[in-house]
Design a protein around this ligand. Sequence first.
Ligand SMILES: [Zn+2]
Length: 499
Amino acid sequence: MSKNAFYFFMLDWAKEQERRGLSAPKNFKELSAACSDDWKNLSSQKKGIYKARAKQYKIKSQSNASTDKKTTTGESLALLELQEKKEQEFHQNMLRYIESVVSLGVLHNNLPKLKFIFIHTNWFCKKNIGINKYEFFPAEFAVAEFSIENGIEDIYHELLKPKIPLGWRRDAIEISQQTHQIPINLEDGENDFSLMYDKFTKFLDARKTGNKYPPLFTLKDLYPAVESLLMKMIDDDRGCLEDYLIYSIEALFTELRNTAIKNVSSHDLPLVIGEYRFSKDYFSDRRGYECDFHKIIDVTQYCSKSIVTRWGFLICDYCCDYLDIEMIEGVHRPHDLHFDINIEKQMYDIQCRTKKLNIEREQTTKVDKVNGNRKLHIVTKHKNEISQRSDKEKLNRWNADTSIDRIDNIKPGTSQTNTATVSTNIKLNMPMRPLRAPKTTAQALEIDETIDPLNEVNFPPIDLKFIFTSKQVDEVLQFIEKTMYRLNCLWEEDVEDIK
Ligand SMILES: [Zn+2]
């Protein structure tokens, strides 16, 4: 029982009974019943004494609790451990839920028809309301219904104008400018949270299973922001935060992708890799899925409406191929472009080339270092000689020398690996190209009539693009992963041998 004023009165009452030679009930329930009348008749002054005792006890027990180990930020370690345990439990429950829903979908042969709810929110600022606890001031949010079969089907979207607390406006403006660019006093921004809650629950009501709302899938990092948004919307009389489950869209993506690929491969993506792939946001440059506001200011990337749509595209991109679903533009993939050679590949090519260049430069530098001193010596000597020559000498030298001689003098022959010099040599020692007869066309300009430039076999249309589907990307990545693993094994064996 809680140790309030009555509790301490009860203890005294029992002692008093014993002192008088009367027996007091040992059971708390009976004891409290026996002394309750006396408590009621107790003067408020005496009750006050017991209240003070209870208060003192509370303070003491709290200070005892504070002798618990604490972290550097002053949090109770025991409390943190408990919280961590809760989070782990929550995570496990989430994984179990996703796994069971998806496997049921497979069992009933309706995986592509399964509906999921996505939610994304942008915010102006986050106010610290405790250790590692924040209150977010939302700027925009979008809730969408998704299925692999039909992509994103329905979206509820809002732009907000929350009351930014004093001292946080600067933060809000900065965050806005760096990301979504929604002004803090947007004229059409909604600030009636209960109205938004009505619309929000109306959207979800149709998707309820029994009397439960479907889980809301969002990015792992956005959990606190979504939670804060829900808390602002929830009216105490109508609902509570516990009615809503906020789950990881990365986990859903990984499970869907791993299930879809099962017919072809048993290579499961671990969750961390799934999270990484999902974070790539391949379609961030695709336009036409943003809200009206972001369409006007031409900011697509950060728009919540565009983001939930892109999540849908990304999941479809990884799953449709394996589930034999024909990818329809605007439903399963963005409208304008194909998923062509991605920027990563181009970056990789550039990196390779740079690396190669660096190796060449390094080699050149090494050679130059060897010859450097000698060259410097020759150059200085030559400069001195020139400055000491008279005009007459110069003229004699000019008449005597031929250009060929001069070229031969340059011929170094010592630095074969010096790329710059080698290329000069090749140029100079190359047999001269025979001059063509005057008034004839250059060979390169002569058109061979026998070659048909419209021949599709030898001359495929130029606008034909390489299209890498996620399936192919997956295969290539798997191959690389395997090769890297093998290389690593070989390397380790080598190291063992050396030892
Ligand atoms: Zn937007």
